[in-house]
Design a protein around this ligand. Structure first.
Ligand code: M6R
Length: 586
C-alpha cells in the first residue's frame, strides 16, 4: 500500500504536497518523492526513508501543479531510484502508482524492443513510458486510456504531462478520491491528505479516469463513456485527523473511544433493524473480515449464537473461498472492515455476489470500494483512524454488532440503553489515571519475550484481539487462546514469570478461574482483567462489569498497554514495522 497526493491550484505545489504526503505516511513510509511542473520542466525529488526534518519544507519553485508519493515497497528494493514519481524517457510524463502490475515483464519487454530504457527495478516505471509510447500518435488522455487498457492488476495512478499541465488519474481496486477546494483540486489515496483545504470530495469508481485541466471531466474505461461523478460533503473535519495534544495518533484514537462508541451507536434505527431482519430471513449467515475486524466478527457470531437462534459463521476473508459452496441467493454475507479497501475482503464480496448471495457491510470509510460493492452498509462513524492499529474502530464494530444482536431479538431499545450506559465506563478506562497505572505494568513487561492471553466465551475474541494488539506494535510475541485450550499444548511454554493476561467476567467465571490456576501453578505471572480482584492475580486491572458488553471495555486497557510497551521499547506506535493501515495486496 502506498500514499498518493496530486495538486493543481494557485499555491506552491511542493509546499502543499509534502505536508499532505506526511499525513499519508501510515500507508507506507519507506521512501517518498514529488514532481512538479515548473516553467516547462518536470522537477523532482525522490528519497529513501521517511519525510523528516527539512524535507517538509522542500520547495521546488513556483510550480502549482504536482504529484507526490509515499512508498511501501512491493516491487524493487527501497532505494532513491525506486521511489516515485517515475518519469518517461522523454521527461514529458511523471507518474505515481499504487498497486502491482501483474503483466509488467511482458510490458517491459515490449517497451525495451521499442528502445525504452529503465532506471528503476519497479513495475511502476512501465506506466510513464507506455504513456510516452502512445503519446506519439494521440493526446495525453487517450495515451493514458490505452496504457491502462494494457495493464493487468489493481492500481491507482496519477500522471502529469509537462507540455499541457494536465493531471490524469485513475483507479481500479485501489483507493483514490478527489478533493474539490475553492481554487484547488486534489487527488489522494485518502481524505486526510487534503482535509485542511476542503471537505468536498468526489469518489472515483473502478475504471474511472479523471482529467484535471481547466475543467474536470470523468470517463469510465469499462463502460467506455464519459460519466458524471457527484461532489459529496464529508462529515470529517481537519481536527479529527490531527494529533492535537497527543504524541501519537494511536493514543489519541484510544482516548477518543467515549465519542466514537457514542457515534457508532447513533445509527438510523431502521438501518440496524433492517440488518436484523435480513439476518433472520437468511438461510445461512457469514461474518467475513480480516485481522481485528475478524475478531469482531467472531464476537458477533458468539453474541448471535448466545442470544438468538442464528448460527452466524465467522470467516477469515482470505479463506472465504472454502465456504463458497454454501452460498446462494438465500445466504447473507456481512463483511466488516475499517478501511473498506482490504483486498481479501473485496475478493470475498465478489465471490459472494457471483454466487448471488446478499452482501452487506459494516465499514468506517465512507466512499471506500466496499461501500460501492454492497447492497447496504452501516458506517462506524469513528472518524479517521490514522494509527495503523485498529483501536477505536474495533470497539465501534463491537458496539454495532451488539446493537444488531439486540435487534435480532427485537430489543433494539434495550440494547441502545445498555450501550449508552457503558460509555461512562469507557470514560474511566481512557482517563489519564488508567494510562499511568498501565504504564507501571508496561515497565514490568517491556523485556519479556512472550505474553499469553486467555478468555472464554465472549472473552475469547478479546483474548485474540489483545494478543494481536500487543504483538503488532511492541513486537513481543503474544498469543491468544480460549481458556480451555492452553492445556492442550501451549501450557508447556509456561514457566516462572511468563506473563498471562486473563479476562474474568463477574458471572460464570469458574472455568476461566480454573484455567488461570492451571497456568499460575506453573509459575505464570497473572494479569487479571475483571471487576473484582482475585487472590491469584499478580496485577489487577479493574474494568466494571458490563455483562455481554464486557468485551468493548476489556480491550481498552490492553490497547493502552500495547501503546506503552511500544513507546518504552522505542517503536513508533503509529507505524509498526512491516505493517500498513489497509492491506490492498494479496
Ligand atoms: O480495514 P480492515 O478492517 O479491513 O483491516 C483488517 C486488518 O488488516 C486490520 O484489522 C489489521 O489487523 C490491523 N493491523 C489491526 O490492528
Amino acid at each position: 500500500m502506498c500514499g498518493i497526493v496530486a495538486y493543481k491550484g494557485r499555491q506552491n505545489a511542493s509546499e502543499i504536497i509534502v505536508p499532505s504526503l506526511k499525513k499519508l505516511e501510515y500507508r507506507g513510509y519507506d521512501s517518498w518523492g514529488i514532481a512538479v511542473i515548473n516553467e516547462n520542466n518536470i522537477e523532482y525529488v525522490k528519497k529513501s526513508g521517511r519525510i523528516e526534518g527539512e524535507d517538509i519544507e522542500i520547495n521546488l519553485g513556483d510550480a502549482n501543479i504536482g504529484i507526490g508519493h509515499t512508498r511501501w515497497a512491493t516491487h524493487g528494493s527501497v532505494t532513491d531510484e525506486n521511489a516515485h514519481p517515475h518519469l518517461s524517457n522523454d521527461g514529458n510524463v511523471a507518474v505515481v502508482h499504487n498497486g502491482i502490475i501483474e503483466n509488467y515483464k511482458e510490458l517491459k519487454k515490449f517497451l525495451e524492443t521499442n528502445d525504452f530504457k529503465f532506471v528503476s527495478e519497479t513495475d511502476s516505471e512501465i506506466i510513464p513510458n507506455l504513456i510516452e509510447y502512445y503519446c506519439k500518435n494521440v493526446r495525453f488522455k487517450t495515451a493514458v486510456k490505452r496504457t491502462l487498457k494494457r495493464i493487468k492488476g489493481n492500481y491507482s495512478i496519477v500522471a502529469i504531462e509537462r507540455e499541457t499541465g494536465i493531471i490524469c488519474a485513475s483507479r481500479r481496486g485501489s483507493p483514490l478520491v478527489l478533493g474539490i477546494g475553492e481554487d484547488a483540486t486534489f487527488v489522494a489515496s485518502d481524505i486526510p491528505a487534503f482535509l485542511d483545504y476542503t471537505t468536498n470530495v468526489v469518489y472515483l469508481y473502478d475504471g474511472d479516469i479523471v482529467l484535471i485541466d481547466e475543467e474536470i471531466s470523468f470517463f469510465n474505461l469499462d463502460e467506455n463513456v464519459e460519466v458524471k461523478r457527484e461532489i459529496e460533503k464529508i462529515e470529517w473535519d481537519a481536527e479529527q485527523a490531527k494529533k492535537g495534544n497527543f504524541k501519537h495518533y494511536m493514543l489519541k484514537e484510544i482516548s477518543e473511544q467515549v465519542d466514537s462508541i457514542e457515534r457508532a451507536i447513533t445509527q438510523d434505527k431502521e438501518l440496524i433493524e433492517g440488518f436484523a431482519k435480513d439476518i433472520k430471513k437468511a438461510r445461512n449467515v457469514f461474518l467475513v473480515a480480516c485481522g481485528s475486524s475478524y475478531h469482531a466478527s467472531l464476537h458477533g457470531s458468539y453474541l448471535l449464537g448466545k442470544n438468538t437462534s442464528i448460527n452466524a459463521i465467522p470467516v477469515l476473508a482470505s479463506e472465504f473461498k472454502n465456504y463458497i459452496n454454501f452460498i446462494d441467493q438465500e445466504s447473507l454475507i456481512i463483511v466488516i472492515s475499517q478501511s473498506g479497501e482490504t483486498v481479501d475482503v473485496l475478493d470475498a464480496v465478489k465471490m459472494a455476489k457471483e454466487q448471488k448471495g446478499k452482501v452487506l457491510a459494516i465499514v468506517n470509510v465512507q466512499g471506500s470500494s466496499l461501500t460501492r460493492e454492497v447492497e447496504k452498509y452501516i458506517l462506524m462513524n469513528a472518524g479517521p483512524e490514522i494509527g495503523v492499529l485498529s483501536t477505536k474502530t474495533y470497539t465501534s464494530q463491537l458496539a454495532i454488532l451488539s446493537l444488531i444482536s439486540y435487534s435480532v431479538n427485537n430489543k433494539y431499545k434495550k440494547g441502545l440503553k445498555a450501550l449508552k450506559a457503558l460509555i461512562k465506563y469507557v470514560y474511566a478506562l481512557t482517563s489519564k489515571n488508567t494510562r499511568e497505572y498501565l504504564k507501571k505494568l508496561s515497565r514490568n513487561l517491556r523485556y519479556v519475550e512472550h505474553i499469553y492471553t486467555i478468555g472464554r466465551n465472549l472473552e475469547y475474541p478479546t483474548a485474540l484481539e489483545s494478543a494481536l494488539k500487543i504483538k503488532e506494535v511492541s513486537y513481543i510475541h503474544a498469543e491468544g487462546f480460549a481458556g480451555g485450550e492452553l492445556k492442550h499444548g501451549t501450557i508447556a511454554l509456561i514457566e516462572k514469570g511468563t506473563p498471562c493476561i486473563v479476562f474474568v467476567p463477574e458471572k460464570n467465571n469458574e472455568e476461566i478461574i480454573s484455567n488461570m490456576i492451571e497456568v499460575k501453578s506453573r509459575g505464570a505471572y497473572i494479569i487479571g482483567i475483571g471487576s473484582k480482584n482475585i487472590e491469584e492475580f499478580d496485577f489487577f486491572i479493574k474494568v466494571r462489569d458490563a455483562g455481554e458488553l464486557n468485551s468493548i471495555c476489556q480491550i481498552i486497557p490492553i490497547q493502552i498497554l500495547a501503546y506503552h510497551l511500544a513507546v518504552m521499547k522505542g517503536h513508533d506506535p503509529d507505524k509498526p514495522r512491516n505493517l500498513a493501515k489497509s492491506v490492498t495486496v494479496k
